[in-house]
Design a protein around this ligand. Structure first.
Ligand SMILES: Cc1ncc(COP(=O)(O)O)c(C=O)c1O
Length: 391
């Protein structure tokens, strides 16, 4: 069956994805299985989406219950799971007062860019800053903020008011002034290799934010929803964003994103100024409620803090064992990067042979975004598998 699927895939799809040789047919917790029931430890979790792993019983139940009522309503109606989920998200995000649900990360960024443009016109501001190594999505507005040439080439022109500063460079922050409309930032670079901003940089950005009162937009699409051991990564710092965007794990595997803002941000929009057909789908929101329940009613956040520490120790141990192959390791909660001395591209296929799923995000970087439910036993299994691969 697989041979057919591989050739069919090549024939019928736009060739935008490098597909894994593994074709999963089912999942269970932190594992995916192929048609021969071979088991794979999933350390990528659908690119940081499957917060509670695969086929989580709570998600299955919530989704089934909801789909038995209705699977879609449109935003012309109040949608009960949407209301409950928005309440939970706001309760976990002091300072934020309003929610707008989207379907994806890039769509959350687009909405935030529209809000920034409105605000900039009202307040006579112009410049929007992103950072080197930043990734914010691939639709045209979001791509204006995304840094890598590889993603941008041939898609110009981008939003003319968007410029990039060096990530984590206090010196570059001096370009921020009274003309600045907004700064979009990943507090921990995801695609850019799991690099958090330094406290000194955060303090300077905080000072400039208070001084010039531009809009600070936290891109929490990868780092948010408990992954770093706080609900949002920015909560490790003293900075207070005006807008927070999230997506990936918030729907527990179903497509869902959100834009959070203050009352002032909400006042920029009138009825009909922004909208989406699918955003805040009730089935996705029902799944999202299970994620929130796990994080806050079942000590999920504490679990991430604990397992994040174990993951960090395990990767440091591998670094000690293979100093010639591993240059450095970086972790922030359950986000991890292994910086190799050589080419990272052969490693995902080698890992598949060992029964493990990993992801190469840069020429020398392996990134891990395991489901948040990962345990010590899985981390030990990961260590053993990496030992075999690196040998
Ligand atoms: C930090 C960040 N922002 C935005 C995006 C875009 O999200 P999506 O792929 O859902 O459009 C991603 C996706 O990887 C991301 O990691």
């Amino acid at each position: 069956m697989n041979v057919d699927l591989v050739s069919q895939e090549k024939k019928i799809f736009f060739e935008t994805y490098k597909r894994s040789p593994l074709i999963p047919v089912r999942g269970d917790g932190v594992y995916l299985f192929d048609e021969n029931d071979n088991k794979f430890l999933d350390l990528v979790g659908g690119l940081g989406v499957n917060a509670l792993g695969h086929a989580h019983p709570g998600i299955i139940k919530a989704v089934t219950d909801q789909i038995n009522r209705f699977s879609h309503l449109s935003n012309a109606f109040i949608n009960i799971p949407q209301v409950f989920l928005a309440e939970k998200i706001l309760a976990a995000t002091p300072g934020m007062e309003k929610v707008f649900f989207t379907n994806s990360g890039t769509e959350s960024i687009e909405g935030a860019l529209k809000l920034v443009r409105r605000w900039a016109k009202k307040n006579d501001r112009s410049d929007i800053y992103g950072f080197s190594k930043g990734f914010h999505g691939r639709t045209l507005g979001a791509l204006s903020l995304t840094y890598k040439d590889k993603y941008r080439e041939g898609f110009e022109p981008f939003m003319p008011e968007v410029k990039h500063l060096q990530f984590d460079s206090i010196k570059d922050l001096a370009q921020i002034n009274e003309k600045t409309a907004a700064v979009f930032i990943e507090f921990v670079l995801g695609e850019g290799g799991i690099r958090p901003i330094s406290c000194e940089f955060a303090d300077e950005l905080d000072r400039l934010h208070r001084k010039y009162k531009f809009l600070l937009v936290a891109d929490e699409i990868q780092s948010g929803i408990g992954r770093t051991g706080q609900f949002f990564a920015y909560q490790w710092y003293t900075l207070k964003p005006d807008i927070v965007v999230c997506a990936k794990p918030i729907g527990g595997g179903l497509p869902l994103g959100a834009i959070l803002g203050t009352e002032e941000i909400n006042s920029l929009l009138q009825i009909g100024d922004h909208g989406t057909t699918f955003g805040g789908n009730p089935v996705a929101c029902a799944a999202g409620l299970v994620v929130m329940d796990w994080l806050f009613e079942h000590d999920g956040i504490e679990h991430v803090k604990k397992t994040g520490k174990l993951l960090s120790e395990a990767l440091k141990h591998l670094h000690d064992l293979f100093p010639d192959k591993i240059k450095s390791v970086r972790t922030f909660g359950l986000m991890a990067a292994i910086e190799l001395s050589g080419d990272s591209s052969p490693y995902p296929a080698k890992a598949i042979e060992e029964g493990m799923i990993i992801n190469a995000t840069d020429s020398t970087v392996i990134r891990l975004l395991p489901p948040l439910i990962i345990t010590e036993t899985h981390i030990q299994e990961m260590t053993d598998k990496f030992k075999r691969i690196l040998k």
